[in-house]
Design a protein around this ligand. Structure first.
Ligand code: NAP
Length: 210
């Protein structure tokens, strides 16, 4: 599968390595038209190349957005139309600046991104796992229920299936928290599952008890 990566820092670069290891092809981008990613590309060649945000979005059947949340309005929405988009972002006001509609809990960071990327098939995912755990805790040999959980939420069930399959291919288990508005809230910073090292079975039990 072709995967576009928007933001190639901790989460973007780690995901790219895992996707390439699983046999996928990635296009990596950052705020500088792909400049500065030479070492990473050398490591992942020939399954990876660096490019602009627009081209990475166009390239991907799946597009992983891994930029500081507060920058989401700089993304060119056009290229994301119809794409399965994975939103890895978390709202941290100290880093992102204050968004009144998030501070008063009217909406969520993922819904703001979905509204901005109109026409994208957005799935919130990969946002609860620290990148160093993402790099090291996947294990394709484990049965699904014993694997570390990666949470997903979204309104498009087919898009969630695509993302769940990718998660399984890199050695984790996808645990669905529901629709974007309600489910997305269950995986935000400060929730019971955020940055917790949970196996899929434990995660499902925890969510059903909530
Ligand atoms: N770190 C984690 O363990 C972790 C875990 C789960 C979720 N998250 C969330 O995932 C998101 C990314 O976090 P991170 O730790 O990976 O960040 P990071 O290491 O700081 O990397 C950010 C990347 O985004 C790029 N970027 C910044 N502004 C951009 C813009 N306007 N357009 C395109 N690219 C832009 C940066 O490019 P330049 O180098 O060119 O600036 C860089 O490649 C955040 O919302 C974070 O809260 C992080």
């Amino acid at each position: 599968m072709k995967i576009g990566i928007i933001g190639s820092g901790n989460i973007g670069a780690t995901s790219a390595r895992l996707f390439v290891r699983a046999g996928h092809e990635v296009a990596l981008s950052n705020s500088r038209g792909g400049e500065g990613l030479e070492e990473l590309i050398a490591e992942l060649r020939p399954k990876a190349h660096a490019t602009t945000i627009e081209d990475a979005a166009r390239f991907g059947e799946v597009v992983l957005v891994a930029i500081p949340f507060g920058k989401f309005r700089t993304l060119p929405a056009e290229g994301f139309k119809g794409k399965v988009v994975v939103d890895t972002g978390n709202y941290y006001p100290q880093r992102d600046g204050n968004f009144a509609e998030l501070d008063n809990d009217e909406t969520t960071s993922s819904e703001l991104l979905a509204t901005h990327l109109k026409g994208a098939r957005l799935v919130k995912g990969f946002n609860t796992i620290w990148f160093e755990h993402l790099a090291t805790q996947g294990d394709t040999k484990l049965p699904l229920e014993e694997r570390r959980a990666i949470f997903i939420a979204g309104d498009d069930s087919q898009a969630k299936e695509v993302v769940a399959r990718l998660i399984e291919e890199i050695g984790f288990a996808a645990v669905d928290t529901g629709f974007l508005h309600e489910g997305g809230r269950l995986q935000q910073p400060g929730t019971a599952v955020y940055n917790k090292e949970l196996a899929a079975k434990e995660a499902a039990d925890l969510l059903s008890a909530a």
